[in-house]
Every structure is written in C-alpha cells, then in structure tokens.
Design a protein around this ligand. Structure first.
Ligand code: 5AD
Length: 352
C-alpha cells in the first residue's frame, strides 16, 4: 500500500500489522508532515492543547544492574553516587507542589539500600502530605509481592521501559542475568495490579534493526500500556557503547507520531533525551503528538550526577524551577502546561 494511504488507514483504525509497521519505520520520514499533522490532531482530540507535567525526582543513582548503554551501570567506577533520604524526597515534593506539580515520579537505579518497606513508607508519606497528587515509581524489576505492597501504599503508576521486545536484541544490550521475558512479565504484572503502567524503548540503540522497532510496536499493541516513553539512544563515555552513534531525532519523532496514532489516549512524554539531542527537541516532540513533559525536581546538588548518557540536560527549561520558561516555550507553539494530575482516560477531551 502507498505510505500516505497507510498513514490514513492507521489514523482510522489505530492498528498496524508488522509489515505495515516496518513500512512506516522505513518510509515514515518521507511523509512526516502528514504524520505529525494527524498525530497532533489526535492528541488534541484526547487532551485538547494541554500538556501534562510530571516532577521527576531521581533519588538514587546506585544500581545493581550493568546495562551496557547506561551511565549509572554498576561497573562505572567514575559515577559519583548519591542517595536522597525520605526527608529530602519529601522536600522535593513540597517544592514541586508549590510550583504546580501534581504528579511525582520517583526514579532511581535498582538500589536495594532502600528496603521494600522504605519505599512503601516514602510513598505513604508523599500521599499523606499531597493526597491530591499521583505517585509514579520507576525503580526497575521486582516481584509481584513487592509491586503489590507499593500499590497498597498508594503508588498510582509505574514506568518500566521494556527497552526492546526482541530477546536476541535485548541480550546484546544487557548482561546475561537480565532478560526481556522477565521485564515484559513485570509489565503485565503491574497492569494486573491496577497500576497505570509505562513501557518504552530507545530509538537507535546499538544493533537495533527496523524489524526490532516493528516488534516493539507489536509488543505495545499486545501490552496496551497507559504510558509509553521513547527517546533516542545517546552514548555515555564510560560505557561499553561509548563509541556507538546516537539515535536519530527524526526517527524518534516519526515513532512518536506513529505511537500517537496507534494509541490516541496514551500518555506520551517528549523526553529529556530528545531535548538533549536536538535544540527545542521537546517542542518537536509535542508537534509529533507527545502530551507530557517531565521536568527535573531533584535537588540542585545531585542533578549533574544522574547521568544516563552524555550531555544530559539538567539546567535551563529542563529544570522544574524554570517552569515559567517552559510555559512560554510551550505557549509559543499553541499549547499550555496544566497542573492536573493527568491520569490515563479514554474519555475525549471536552472543555470543562
Ligand atoms: N541513552 C538514552 N536513553 C538511555 N536510558 C538509559 N541509558 C540511556 C542512554 N545511554 C534510558 C533507558 C531507561 C531510561 C530510564 O533511560 O531506556 O529505561
């Protein structure tokens, strides 16, 4: 089928088979104006011109894992490690609440210094102080029992990118103790437990093929997550992938638009990695159908230490305190930052 026709069909059916997905991954960039226009139209039907914000608190950069792409992998002896206390995390939330954030994302390496109960206590404390806020966890692969404990403590959402759906590709990015299957199982468990669950992948990670990306789109259609995070791979100088090329901004934008058309209601961030690789990258993400931005709420003194990849943005409009600057930027392309919790819903947007 002609690619423009395929895009129209995707816009009507919100589904793709693998051959169609491959065609869009390979040819989509040639039709990006059509893709981006339809993706924005779809996002506006679901969310109006609202952009949801999430305050990102990167509370530990210790990690027991050794992913080949990641700057905070356990083997990186040059990483300056830090942990935040419960009180420091609560202080970030207080500051964020004052700025208008109503979702806090606790993200960290897989750090067993914090017991399951420690994390549950942190979630309970945030929910007690800010009952009108959502808490999102992003701290890796755990047992069903642990996820259930944290859900009971009040956690609303969980981010766990599947990284790549293909087991052989997964094995080229991770040491043998990690598996694609376990990670995918965690995502199904999180959904079953009632979390709003987020999956996702890097674009242009080493050894990735167009077919791998098509498989990612097939996996996402099976899982049906409420959130999807994607961003370009960016090399980190202290990892085995230091000499690998970064992913393509254009392909990331094409995939954002395809994801928006596949999942009209999904919560889809314009990620920091996209903003790091391209000037105004997060605005480009919104123009390709993204509807979420996640500014950094971590304390100033640790912000430069959560370095998953080189040149990670952590100042300027990336910082939560610079929300006014971000509001102006977003307004300049006709959107507005809102303070709402921004939960997943399939209701169409209607002006309140
Ligand atoms: N480049 C881009 N994204 C990365 N992540 C980790 N390392 C990199 C990198 N070098 C992403 C992974 C992880 C998320 C928290 O950050 O997809 O799930």
């Amino acid at each position: 089928m002609d690619t423009a026709l395929l895009i129209e069909k995707l816009n009507n059916t919100h589904s793709l088979n693998k051959d169609e997905a491959l065609q869009l991954i390979k040819q989509g960039a040639q039709h990006k104006n059509l893709l981006f226009a339809l993706a924005q139209q779809t996002a506006q039907k679901s969310f109006g011109r609202q952009i949801f914000v999430r305050g990102l608190i990167e509370f530990t950069n210790y990690c027991k894992n050794d992913c080949y792409y990641c700057g905070i992998r356990r083997s990186n002896k040059n990483a300056a490690r830090y942990r935040l206390t419960q009180e420091e995390i609560l202080e970030c939330c207080r500051a964020g609440y004052g700025l208008g954030f109503r979702t806090f994302v606790l993200q960290g390496g897989e750090d067993y210094f914090y017991s399951d109960e420690d994390i549950a206590a942190i979630v309970r404390a945030i929910k007690a102080q800010h009952p009108d806020c959502a808490v999102t966890l992003s701290i890796g692969e755990r047992s069903r029992e642990t996820y259930a404990l944290w859900k009971k403590a009040g956690a609303d959402r969980y981010l766990l990118r599947h990284e790549t759906a293909d087991c052989a590709h997964y094995a080229k990015l991770h040491p043998a103790e990690l598996s694609a299957q376990n990670r995918q199982n965690c995502l199904y468990t999180l959904k079953e437990l009632g979390y709003q669950a987020g999956a996702g992948f890097m674009v242009g990670s080493p050894y990735q093929t167009a077919e791998n990306l098509a498989d990612d789109l097939m996996f996402l259609q099976k899982l049906r997550p409420q959130m999807i995070g994607i961003g370009p791979f960016i090399p980190h100088h202290d990892t085995p992938f230091k000499d690998e090329p970064a992913g393509s901004v254009e392909l990331t934008l094409v995939l954002l638009a395809v994801l928006r058309l596949l999942f009209p209601h999904v919560l889809l961030p314009a990620t920091t990695a996209l903003g790091t690789l391209a000037p105004g990258g997060r605005l480009l993400g919104i123009k390709a159908g993204a509807n979420v931005i996640m500014p950094n709420l971590s304390p100033q003194n640790v912000r430069g230490k959560y370095l998953l990849y080189d040149n990670k943005l952590h100042t300027g409009a990336e910082a939560a305190e610079a929300l006014n600057e971000l509001k102006r930027e977003v307004a300049s392309i006709g959107y507005r930052i809102v303070s709402a919790r921004g939960d997943y819903t399939e209701e169409p947007w209607t002006q309140g």
